[in-house]
Design a protein around this ligand. Sequence first.
Ligand code: KDG
Ligand code: MG
Length: 403
Amino acid sequence: MRITDARVVVCSPGRNYVTLIIETDEGLVGIGDATLNGREMAVVAYLREHVCPLLVGRDARRIEDIWQYLYKGAYWRRGPVTMTAIAAVDVALWDLKGKAADMPVYQLLGGAARDGVMVYTHASGEDLAALHRDVQENLDLGYRAVRVQASIPGLASTYGVPSAGDAVYEPASGNRPQEDRWDTAAYLDFAAEMISSVREEFGYGFHLLHDVHHRLSPIEAAHLGKALEPYRMFWIEDPTPAEDQSAFRTIRQHTTTPLAVGEVFNSIWDCQHLITERLIDYIRTSVSHAGGITHLRRIFALADLYGVRSGSHGAGDLSPASFAAALHVDMSIPNFGVQEYMGHRSPAEEVFDVSYSVVDGHAHPGDAPGIGVTFDEEAAARHPYEPRYLPINRRLDGTVHDW
Ligand code: KDG
Ligand code: MG
């Protein structure tokens, strides 16, 4: 099965998505998500200029060889742009392999290791009352795991709290990112109040998660973890920036609150020490930012050896093709933990036709061959790319702060 064409389509059906389409001489078409939120066109250029021309003529069945060719062969390894591009190729090739075998990808990965994949959803609010309403709505929909975020009193905006009824966190700010203000003390006081209020209102019959978005120092994160211990968190996520993996040792020494990190990681080397030194409980690397199904499975296999479970990133800026690919991995690995599910803003469904389903807080990839997602290029053309940035975060004195 030879690759005859590899091309990239950028569209914005509800938000920006970059999709790689690979065609073969057997008439089969595979797709992969190449979206890197706020840096979309960097991956587009990497694919168009440096990767697609190298794919044409290659045997699409040689997934591992193509992965190594693009990773080791490039000399310049790792990094979000490179690894997102490689991920898109890898997922498209797994999609093709599934279609050629007439099987869903999870069957090729060893078959179902569970009946379905527990997902966690997002609840948020401008204040605690609004947050509670959103939590209730999600529990009523059958979700068993809920991530909670609410606006921090005194700050003009809080990342992760979209305007009511919307599902996008990036403000529409044109060609420059919005600049938010951040106050660690206000956040730390409020976070404990928010989490305790949710447990008081709804009890302990569901899993509770919270995302810190990398904004604390290790000792501040340790303080938060300790403060939240009574509320039996499923995890706190991204408590501190993780370029320095040893920072997690400080947090770990002080708290039993489970720790999750990894949505910005793109390689096994970004989490090697976090995993092998058992500094985290969940690894959140995603299929589309960490080198595709091939590399993500390598990360999860390492994690399994050390009792670390998966908890893949699944925000709305990862396209339905990415979410579907994640579900095939989640279904088949032994150390699955949870899968993030934020859903996709309309009219994404005009462009991506999916075979996966989410019922009662559990997702299943479906049994269509490949990853089970088809991409409609004509529909995509009706929704052109719109530049958008993630916001920048500054402290009250104007200093640029961590994400
Ligand atoms: O592109 C970045 C978003 O996907 C991220 O900020 C959302 O933190 C996030 C999450 O956990 O979904
Ligand atoms: Mg996150």
